[in-house]
Design a protein around this ligand. Structure first.
Ligand SMILES: *Cc1c(COP(=O)(O)O)cnc(C)c1O
Length: 408
């Protein structure tokens, strides 16, 4: 199991660059600087006694020991160790996708028991709502979706008395924030376990455990990997008991991340700080540019001083940076004109993801909020002219030029 123990007190940026250093095996012929990809499904040990010890997860001298890749492997462990440290957790477990990480987090938080109740933010990722409705509700979990972004979240939690509270740091696509501190305080007053999906913010911008959260989940497919070439998820916890639970679910559900993907994720993390810095500074410039554009009605970005939650965002997020995601409404709010705009883009790719090095454009009415009717979308503030941008790390002038020519 990944524990973050005696490590130098490096800054987060440095730890991310050097992540996994302690996991590579040393060798008299030369020690690789990077943990190799361990494709092996099983591990041999010196004696039956050593194997017996390895089954418990460590050697007789307390070093991590591996037996079978579905249980744990060096690449997964290197990744888990690096992310746990970056988030300030006691441990982390990597999963085959963000959804698997969320599933295990919900189970570990207590929803494996029928009759339990969860309050989740109504603005969360669609498939997470689907998971609650289609997997947990049928086995007797009570699911309450509520406005935890703008409503009085603490009052809602006190009234509902849930066992689990689930939120996202920043919502899709309207980039609304939640007040992590007041939510975790209220949840703990009623004895609820708190989970936050921090995919949009990454530990570069905020570490929810510092704000009292019990479990943090990421779709590592997004910013952590960052290059659009690997799918994975990770759940971090502030409590050893929860980490142990996550490990059990990972093993029994067979949800472990493969060694190859773990390697790619760790590779991505080495440049996370640099990429986030650029994503954030580019996004702020794009938001300012779009706000002045005559073809744009409204821009949603917490870095703009007139965003209703700008003060909360400034308090919560580090470096006075506000993330790489923003949305905007075209003046002409029809599907036809939005399609025309998307088809005219040359640099920004219309791909169904976010957090990659490339700038990506998505149309919520067609993708994330497809199953809602136009009226339902309107009720939550998503117009037919709403476009979400995941601003990449390209040169800002190329991004602005591409948006400008397509808007014209
Ligand atoms: C993409 C995403 C997920 C799901 O992650 P996968 O890796 O696709 O399973 C969960 N939450 C958020 C906020 C996401 O953007």
């Amino acid at each position: 199991m990944t524990q973050h123990d005696a490590v130098p007190s490096w800054k987060r940026e440095t730890s991310l660059v050097h992540g996994g250093r302690d996991t590579r095996l040393t060798d008299a012929t030369g020690t690789p600087t990077i943990c190799p990809i361990y494709a092996s499904t099983t591990y041999l040990h010196e004696s039956a006694e050593a194997l017996d010890s390895a089954f418990s997860g460590s050697t007789s001298t307390g070093e991590p020991a591996f037996v079978y890749a579905r249980q744990a492997n060096p690449n997964g462990e290197a990744l888990e160790d690096t992310v746990a440290r970056a988030e300030g957790g006691v441990g982390a477990v990597a999963f085959g996708s963000g959804m698997a990480a969320i599933h295990a987090a919900l189970l570990a938080a207590g929803l494996a028991v029928p009759g339990t109740k969860i309050v989740a933010s109504q603005d969360i990722y669609g498939p997470t709502t689907g998971l609650l409705r289609k997997v947990f509700e049928p086995v007797g979990v009570e699911v309450v979706m509520a406005d935890l972004c703008c409503g009085d979240a603490a009052a809602i939690i006190h009234k509902e008395q849930p066992d689990v509270v689930f939120v996202e740091t920043i919502s899709n696509p309207l980039v609304k924030l939640v007040d992590l501190e007041s939510i975790s305080a209220a949840a703990h007053e009623v004895g609820a376990v708190t989970i936050v999906d921090s995919t949009f913010t990454t530990p570069y911008l905020v570490r929810p455990i510092e704000h009292g959260f019990d479990l943090v989940v990421h779709s590592a497919t997004k910013y952590m990997s960052g290059h659009g070439d690997s799918t994975g998820g990770i759940t971090i916890s502030a409590k050893n008991t929860l980490v142990a639970q996550l490990r059990v679910y990972s093993m029994l559900l067979g949800a472990i991340l493969s060694p190859f993907e773990s390697h790619l994720m760790l590779r991505g993390l080495r440049t996370l700080s640099l990429r986030m810095e650029r994503h954030c500074s580019n996004a702020l410039q794009v938001a300012r540019f779009l706000r002045k554009h005559e073809a744009v009605e409204h821009v949603y970005y917490p870095g703009l001083t007139d965003h209703p939650q700008h003060a909360l965002a400034t308090r919560l997020l580090d470096h006075e940076q506000y993330g790489g995601l923003l949305s905007f409404d075209l003046k002409e709010q029809t599907r036809e004109s939005t399609f025309r705009f998307i088809d005219k883009l040359r640099l920004c790719l219309p791909a169904t993801t976010l957090g990659d090095v490339f700038s990506l454009v998505s149309y919520p009415a067609m993708s994330s909020h497809r199953t809602l009717t136009q009226v339902e979308r309107q009720q939550i503030g998503i117009t037919e002219g709403c476009v979400r941008l995941s601003v990449g790390i390209e040169h800002i002038e190329d991004i602005l030029q591409d948006l400008d020519q397509a808007l014209r």
